[in-house]
Design a protein around this ligand. Structure first.
Ligand code: 1HE
Length: 264
């Protein structure tokens, strides 16, 4: 029986495990890490294959750019039905990243455009170095976002900023992008990966239940009514604090052995 299943291009998404964190590197620099079906399937496969020891992931790109978006050469022959299936296939993989097992920190540099921005916004933390620029060139290519951008990007920067980006081709440089909420961190050129690793290692020290509750709870609570949101919050609070790990961490603070909050 023949199958239409995409073969993941695993060599284009390299993985490195470092104790509690895993690094995924987009490795298609010749094409500026443009995402074809094989590369997207490989991202999905790598996320599925993370070892149980991984508590946070860093996603970064090889070469001068994080990601040039959809591989436009694949678009030539796609009809409406194929386009629908293609978009839905991105939705599944990016949803599984956003609502996966562990937080993902994206280390951004160079182009973070089109589907590259959609990929970055499926991550939980974005670190942009000074070379980073954000754009949604779909408008000028006669197409539309298809990887969840219309849902995730407005949550970060507002629908009208996204509208402006797509209608006018506006490009946000790193500092401006960070100011409007595209990324949470802005670092000097070449510094995104080191900062992302530092943050992932910090995230990996949290209780896994708390990380999970944050990743899964906060976006859902944001879409609930206030009354439902408060109820969900109470459930997550109750479940988190009843875990043995939470008890041990609170006890450690009360014993004087747990970390204090520092302002630096
Ligand atoms: C590509 C792609 C691509 C580069 N698909 N091949 N995304 C875009 O509209 C962005 C298109 N790319 C660019 O604007 C530029 O390539 C960059 C600003 C990202 C980088 O510029 P530069 O000068 O470093 O590289 P380059 O010379 O433009 O590209 C190098 C090669 O990569 C070249 O191929 P070559 O065979 O001539 O060497 C380019 O054709 C190729 N390349 N980007 C295919 N995107 C789920 S829906 C999402 C919808 C979208 O993402 S639309 C936005 C698509």
């Amino acid at each position: 029986m023949s199958s239409n299943a995409v073969v993941p291009s695993l060599d284009e998404v390299q993985v490195e495990h470092r104790e509690a964190i895993s690094l995924l590197r987009l490795c298609r620099p010749r094409k500026r890490n443009a995402i074809n079906d094989g590369l997207m399937a490989a991202i999905g496969q790598r996320m599925t294959d993370l070892p149980a020891t991984t508590r946070a992931v860093v996603l970064h790109g090889e070469g001068d750019h994080f990601c040039a978006g959809l591989d436009l050469s694949e678009l030539k022959d796609r009809d409406a039905v194929d386009g629908m299936h293609h978009s839905r296939s991105w939705h599944v993989i990016l949803r599984d990243m956003e609502f996966g097992k562990v937080p993902i920190v994206a280390a951004l540099h160079g182009a973070v455009v089109g589907g590259g921005l959609e990929l970055a916004t499926a991550c939980h933390i974005r670190v942009a170095d000074d070379t980073t620029f954000f754009a949604l060139p779909e408008g000028s290519r006669g197409i539309f976002v298809g990887g969840g951008g219309s849902v995730r990007v407005p949550k970060l920067i507002g629908a009208h900023r996204m509208l402006d980006m797509m209608l006018t081709g506006r490009v946000y440089k790193a500092s401006e992008g960070v100011t409007i909420g595209m990324a949470q961190y802005h670092v000097p050129a070449g510094g995104a990966l080191a900062k992302a690793i530092e943050l992932a290692e910090r995230i990996a020290q949290n209780a896994p239940m708390t990380n999970y509750a944050l990743m899964h709870g906060l976006p859902r609570i944001a879409e609930q009514t206030a009354d439902h949101g408060l109820f969900t919050e109470s459930m997550l609070a109750a479940i988190s604090q009843s875990a043995p790990e939470a008890k041990a961490r609170v006890r450690a603070f009360l014993d004087g052995t747990g970390p204090k909050v520092k302002a630096d």
